[in-house]
Design a protein around this ligand. Structure first.
Ligand code: PEP
Ligand code: CO
Length: 450
């Protein structure tokens, strides 16, 4: 590493999107507490994902990353967590069928509690208060007390991450994830009789039964592999004091890991090359991801890959492009060319959500399903045309029956948004829309299988 790094060396770099705490002693007290609590994940798990991402770069695996825009403390409940896991398992089944690749399932879960905002403040009826920065920082209600940055919420966020992870781990390891019983993953509200996507999924489950019986006949020893799944966590590592408190020296004596999550990412708004987030990320041993939008310059991108992955190791760096349907054709090809020209090792992932957010006449934030699908399809095609490979998708989704994005097989319209619009931040794909995307990915990967 060119200059010395420590878990808190970022403090001498310009930092953005951090809350201001009125009581800095209270903040230090909480951070000290978190820094001695057990880690949420282990370095072995983190290394395992690193290897998986390297495999995805070789075309042997595919990364499926998804979850809420922001988790909230009151959604840390059985149903929303189980539904999200079920949906991600159903999606990965659809993708594995088309791709014949191992799927790396990564939730935007168990720590996705801090959000970057476009404005420091929010004004309602002439009253101006600090913006809501996610449940890790303050509360959504619009009053001065709720919007005050409260360090106790860091502890609550750590605890809820642990509760979520505990549940997800138990489900992934035990009978729930067993491929012999995909009926465990059915969502309670899905009407079995109706819906073209649900029907397609049921057909897939039937053929899965045959495939499993076949495998077990010829490879009886492998059947225990089908009883559990790997599941990894990720979040935007935005709140650097919190992330630092969860950054621990490796027990194997090799550097530092962020043990608050497996795959931390840098958001589009905090990816400044000389900023604190890039400084923090360059020193941790986790695989790391960075979101890149249409304003990213090619030379900046190359410099970023050198800063974050100086040894050019496969598996270390994931680039999540989120250009938007309207800009992806003009912006993505030259970025891919630059990476290829410089032989930089990266996994390319498409986030077809964040470049496609629009507001309705009623001021609801939404996304058109067709734009999301188009950006994804175009991204596959652009990578192929540039002799590169799209190795994953990053999606905002929920297993709850919401109406936040327009379109999809049920043809949700703008007026349907009012019926079940629940997000406080970005609009998410619902069950059917998400599964439809998974089938689209599956088709793309099977059409171009080598
Ligand atoms: C997000 O993933 O919720 C987000 C804020 O994305 P981006 O950094 O790509 O804008
Ligand atoms: Co979002």
């Amino acid at each position: 590493m060119s200059q010395s790094w420590s878990p808190s060396s970022w403090k001498s770099f310009p930092v953005s999107q951090q809350p201001t705490y009125p009581d800095s002693n209270a903040l230090s007290h909480v951070l000290n507490q978190i820094s001695i609590m057990p880690p949420l994940v282990t370095s072995w798990e983190v290394d395992h994902l690193h290897d998986g991402i390297a495999a995805a770069q070789r075309g042997e695996a595919w990364l499926l990353q998804g979850g809420d825009c922001a988790e909230t403390f009151d959604q840390c409940r059985t149903e929303p967590i189980a539904s999200k896991l079920k949906l991600l398992l159903q999606m990965s089944l659809a993708i594995v069928f088309g791709s014949r690749k191992r799927i790396l399932r990564v939730g935007r879960m168990a720590g996705q509690y801090a959000k970057p905002r476009s404005s420091e403040t929010e004004t309602q009826d002439g009253v101006t208060l600090p913006c809501y920065r996610g449940d890790l920082v303050n509360r959504f209600e619009f009053n001065a007390e709720a919007r005050r940055a409260n360090p106790e919420l860091l502890l609550r966020g750590y605890e809820r991450s642990a509760l979520t992870l505990n549940f997800v781990r138990a489900l992934s390891e035990g009978g729930f994830a067993d491929l012999h019983h995909p009926e465990n993953w059915n969502l309670l509200f899905v009407d079995e009789a109706k819906g073209e996507v649900a029907h397609r999924y049921r057909e897939l489950v039937k053929s899965l039964g045959d495939a499993i019986r076949f495998v077990e006949t010829i490879l009886p020893d492998r059947s225990s592999d089908l009883k559990r799944v790997d599941f990894f966590t990720s979040h935007e590592a935005l709140h650097l004091d919190y992330e630092t408190a969860l950054t621990r020296p490796s027990v194997r004596g090799i550097g530092y890991y962020n043990l608050g999550t497996h795959l931390p990412w840098i958001g589009e708004r905090t990816r400044s090359l000389n900023g604190a987030h890039v400084e923090y990320f360059r020193g941790i041993r986790n695989p790391v991801a960075i979101k890149i939008g249409p304003t990213m310059q090619n030379d900046e991108l190359i410099e970023m890959t050198k800063r974050l992955n100086p040894d050019n190791k496969p598996g270390r760096l994931t680039l999540i492009h989120r250009m938007g349907r309207a800009k992806v054709e003009a912006t993505l090809p030259s970025m891919i060319e630059a990476i290829r020209r410089e032989n930089r090792e990266v996994l390319w992932v498409c986030d077809p959500m964040h470049g496609n957010t629009v507001s309705t006449a009623h001021g609801r934030k939404t996304r058109r399903f067709d734009d999301v699908v188009d950006e994804l399809r175009l991204s596959f095609a652009i990578h192929r045309a540039c002799d590169s490979m799209l190795g994953g998708a990053h999606l905002e989704l929920t297993g709850e029956n919401v109406t936040e994005c327009i379109g999809g097989s049920r043809g949700l319209t703008e007026s349907d948004l009012e019926s079940a619009y629940q997000t406080q931040l970005d609009p998410r794909l619902n069950y059917e829309q998400a599964l439809e995307i998974a089938f689209e990915i599956s088709n793309q990967l099977s059409a171009h299988r080598i």
